[in-house]
Structure formats: C-alpha cells, structure tokens
Write a protein that binds this ligand. Structure first.
Ligand SMILES: Nc1ncnc2c1ncn2[C@@H]1O[C@H](COP(=O)(O)OP(=O)(O)OP(=O)(O)O)[C@@H](O)[C@H]1O
Length: 377
C-alpha cells in the first residue's frame, strides 16, 4: 500500500532581507502511513510551518520530492509541482481563515464549490455540509457568521471545512493555539476522536510538547530544518536520539562525565555515575536524567547511582512534589509521587537507576555504536 505522505530529501532555503540565507528545511525525510497522526514538533523557527506549507503546495521547495497517496505532487528533479487545489488534501490554519462575510454553512461549502473535479449537485452539497457541521458538534450553528461564534465554535467550523471534502490527508497548522486552555483540551480530545472515527491521515504542527504527546501516533522533532528524530511519544521521551530531543521533550537534569580509565562508569563532579548497557561507548558525555527518575532517600541507596545533596526547596503540586536538591554547584529537580516527605536543609541521597541515565557523547570520541540504540539518530 502507498504511504499517505512521503517526503524525501526535502530542502527549502529563504533569503532574509539582510541577505542571510536560512535553511528552513534541511534534507527532511518523513513517511506517514494511512490513518497515522503525525505531529511536527519543535521550537519557533525550526521549519515546521514551512514543511507543512510545502506539502500543501503553498511553498515551493528547492529540491527533494513529496508524494501524496503515491502521487508525486512535487519533484525538484523532474520539475513536478502540482497546484494546492489538485493535491487532494485539506489544511486547517492557526487563524482558522474563515471568511467573515460568509455564514458557517457557506464557509464549509466553499471547498465543495471550488472543487476542480467531481463537482457535486446542490442537494448533495447541502447534505455534505450538514453532515460535516453535525460531525463537529455544531449542526445548529450553520446560519451564524464567524463574528457571532466563540473561538471554539469557529475552530469547529474550520475543522468541518477541512473535513467536508473527504480528504484522506488533512494538514493542521497549530489549529488549537487561539483558544483558551480548557476549550483547547476539549477540542484536542474531540479532534483525536474524529480523526480515529474517520480514519484520515493527519500531519499536525505544534510547538507544544504536551499537545504532541497527547495527539501523535508518531512525533517528528525538528531543529533548524532538520528532522532530529521520528518516533512514538514513548520513544522520543524515553529514548531520545539526541541531547536536543531529550531537552526539548520533558525536563532533564544534567552532569558532565568522563569515562573512568577502568571503563566502569563516568566520573562526574558528584562521583561515579553508571549508565545502562545500551549506552554508547565514549570518553566524555553529558549525562541526563529525568526528574521523575530520581528517587530521594535518607539512607544511601545501594545497587544504583547515588548522588548526595541537600533539599533547598519543595513544591507540592497535587500529583507529585517537586524538590530542588543542591549538590555542590549542581542543582537537580526531583519529582516524587505523593505529599512532601523531606524538609528544607535536610541531607538526602538521589538514587538513579543506570537505565535511566541518558548518555550523549560530547566529543567526536564516540568509540563505538551502541548495540541497543539508546543514543544516535
Ligand atoms: N518568507 C520567508 N522569508 C524569509 N525567511 C523565512 C520565510 N518564512 C520562513 N522563514 C524562516 O525560515 C525558518 C523556518 O520558519 P517556519 O515558519 O517554518 O518555522 P516554525 O517552526 O513554523 O516557527 P513558528 O512556530 O514560529 O511558526 C525561520 O528561520 C524563518 O525566519
């Protein structure tokens, strides 16, 4: 079966007004299977929107290729560049881009009226518009103008418009960023349920990692136009391919370490740290671990890494308590479940299982590739 989307070696440069050239997309590769929900995640300026707009046909890449359901829509070498309305996909924008002078119904009908092929008759269009509006839960609001709708309702109109054409691929450019947190949460759940029900393929841009974790079957993490890692939410969180991904997704603590001459662990300013068996062999590395993977105790833990420290602050957050632990010049954040158990100025130990230490070589001295890939693109 064809991929829903296939992006190969895609590159796009922009020239800024000061003459500087930026690689907005830098040799990006991505394959999306039918029915997948793939999220493009990364900080502002990393190239998410440019990649999405290139798929939509709103941006012309410099080189590489894009296929939609097996059909080439862009091919730099062959000079193929299919116009946006002939790519058989829909797009939902951050601003919703609703026509203010059209009712919700007219907005949703717009793509049907502008179809280049398979145009429907009036009654069929009416039925499809009604079905799309009720599918997103606003069947009764068809006669309202956008200005007469709440942000959440406008968002639903935009979603109905993106879905009315029965496109098998729908592109989303931060569609939830203009509504307040509560509505956003609800729309996220509804969007996911609708996508699962209808089975379309979604390519969704966001800079919000919680949103990405919640929606995605796979996340593509971008940095300066490059795809750093593509994986399930669990893979990118628990086995980040690069230090950048580890730090961008979730929280981390960090120590730098040097491999001990005996080869048994890394020497750090707080003592020896051991990593799991899948860690890459290297002479120097940044050693990262997540706050929830540190366990606090009054007695020195045995059988795992033990870092001494002193509690400098604690914050009870309902689901967990966050402790700030100071060890010499190093501060660590540790999350423990349940209420406060340690007090300020108390001496404690941080226990960390070797498997929870993520190792990122800091020089070219990576001696060998890891067996189990914990690190490495
Ligand atoms: N038309 C343009 N002219 C010049 N540079 C551009 C243009 N569009 C984008 N860029 C640059 O390309 C890079 C990628 O931009 P892009 O909008 O794709 O990033 P993004 O990850 O979507 O960011 P955001 O989350 O802020 O929307 C940025 O450095 C941006 O300044």
């Amino acid at each position: 079966m064809d991929h829903s989307l296939s992006i190969r070696q895609l590159t796009k440069h922009f020239r800024r007004r000061d003459g500087a050239v930026v690689a907005a997309i830098d040799d990006a590769n991505l394959e999306v299977e039918p029915g997948e929900f793939v999220v493009l995640l990364g900080p502002s300026g990393c190239g998410k929107t440019t990649l999405l707009r290139s798929v939509a046909g709103l941006e012309t890449p410099d080189s590489g290729s894009i296929q939609v359901n097996g059909t080439p829509v862009f091919d730099g070498e062959r000079g193929t560049c299919v116009s946006p309305e002939r790519r058989n996909l829909s797009m939902m924008f951050q601003s919703y881009a609703l026509w203010p002078h059209m009712t919700a119904e007219q907005n949703v009908r717009y793509p049907l009226e502008n179809r280049k092929t398979d145009r429907l008759g009036r009654p069929a269009m009416k039925d499809k518009v009604a079905a799309a509006l009720s599918m997103v839960g606003i069947g009764e609001l068809g006669a309202q103008y956008p200005a007469q709708l709440s942000g959440g309702q406008q968002q639903r109109v935009a979603l109905a418009r993106a879905l009315v054409n029965d496109s098998t691929v729908v592109l989303f450019d931060e569609p939830l960023s203009n509504v307040d947190a509560k509505v956003r949460e609800q729309l996220r759940i509804e969007l996911l349920a609708t996508q699962r029900r209808l089975g379309f393929t979604a390519l969704f841009v966001t800079h919000d990692q919680a949103e990405a974790m919640e929606l995605a079957t796979r996340i593509a993490v971008l940095d300066r136009g490059k795809v750093q890692q593509i994986g399930t939410p669990t893979e990118v969180y628990a086995r980040p391919a690069t230090e950048y991904v580890a730090k961008f997704i979730g929280n981390t603590n960090q120590l730098s370490g040097r491999q001990r001459s005996s080869g048994d662990g890394f020497e750090t300013e707080l003592g020896t740290l051991h990593a799991g068996s899948g860690a890459p062999a290297c002479t120097a590395a940044n050693l990262l671990w997540r706050p929830e993977n540190g366990q606090l105790s009054r007695e020195r833990p045995v059988g795992r890494n033990a870092l001494p420290g002193r509690i400098v602050a604690s914050l009870y957050l309902g689901t967990h308590t966050e402790y700030l632990v100071r060890s010499g010049e190093v501060s660590s954040r540790i999350w423990t479940s349940g209420p406060d158990r340690f007090v300020r100025d108390e001496d404690v130990w941080i226990g960390i299982n070797p498997e929870d230490i993520m190792v990122f070589p800091t020089e070219d001295a990576a001696v060998a590739e890891p067996d189990a890939v914990r690190v490495g693109a």
